[in-house]
Design a protein around this ligand. Structure first.
Ligand code: UGY
Ligand code: MN
Length: 239
């Protein structure tokens, strides 16, 4: 049915909600048999770039001059780096330091969240090395004292990392205990379930597949609604 121009997507000065019905695909330089849904980038005012890469069989990601974080949402990709080849299935991820030559290819249809950010070095802190892991291998901790809201930190809590990527799982009915306002910006992909996201002075229904950008100090709150847990992958600039 025609939606008569209606969508949940919304662009505001300090936040952006992108829903699947408004996704436009493009090919980024170097991509082969692969397209990108660009969610956030400098054109928006963000200090990082985030996109979902959709691979066809034989697909390949282009290069980047920035550090790159990849998280496999669906399918399987091959990461070739430092002379080794690693298979990354669902929920596997890698964090590739700036300047590290690598290839990301897929033999079957796959979807990968990609985050790229120019590294901001700190005096006397060594830049981080390569990280390859799977979310399933990590243990979670409650946010604050709420066991119904579990966080997994995908990157080590070390000053060498200038960003963090976490997954957050809310049991139905669980919510952030406060409206957060902070200097860090966020890029968020809803992976499962849904609920209500407060962004600025608006409350949005959100569901799996949506993307949200939150600018610095954007008022933010989430409550999970539905019969299944809500889960999202969230980036923030850090340290
Ligand atoms: O890490 C965070 O700032 C996180 N609690 N924010 C969010 O879920 N919107
Ligand atoms: Mn936050």
């Amino acid at each position: 049915m025609h939606n008569l121009g209606g969508t949940r997507s919304s662009q505001q000065p300090n936040h952006l909600l992108l829903t699947a019905d408004t996704f436009v695909r493009t090919t980024l330089p170097g991509m082969k048999a692969c397209s990108a849904i660009v969610h956030a980038g400098p054109a928006l005012g963000a200090q990082f770039t985030e996109y979902t890469a959709e691979f066809e069989p034989g697909g390949e990601l282009g290069g980047t001059s920035a550090q790159r974080f990849i998280f496999v949402i669906e399918g399987r990709v091959t990461l070739e780096v430092k002379g080794k080849s690693k298979q990354l299935g669902a929920r596997s991820y890698a964090c590739l330091p700036e300047g590290l030559q690598h290839r990301v290819t897929a033999r079957k249809v796959s979807r990968v969240a990609v985050i790229e950010k120019a590294y901001q070095p700190l005096d006397s802190v060594k830049a981080p090395g390569l990280i390859i892991s799977n979310e399933d291998a990590l243990s979670s901790h409650p946010l604050g004292d709420d066991p119904s809201l579990q966080v997994k930190c995908l990157l080590p809590d070390e000053m060498s990392f200038d960003f963090a990527v976490n997954t957050m799982v809310y049991q139905p009915g669980a919510a952030l205990s406060m409206v957060e306002m902070h200097v860090m910006e966020h890029g968020l992909i809803m992976l499962e379930g849904g609920g209500i996201y407060r962004l600025g002075d608006s409350w949005y229904p959100v569901t799996a597949g949506d993307f949200i950008w939150m600018g610095p100090w954007c008022p933010q709150w989430f409550g999970a609604i539905g019969k299944v847990p809500a889960k999202y992958l969230i980036y923030k600039n850090w340290n």
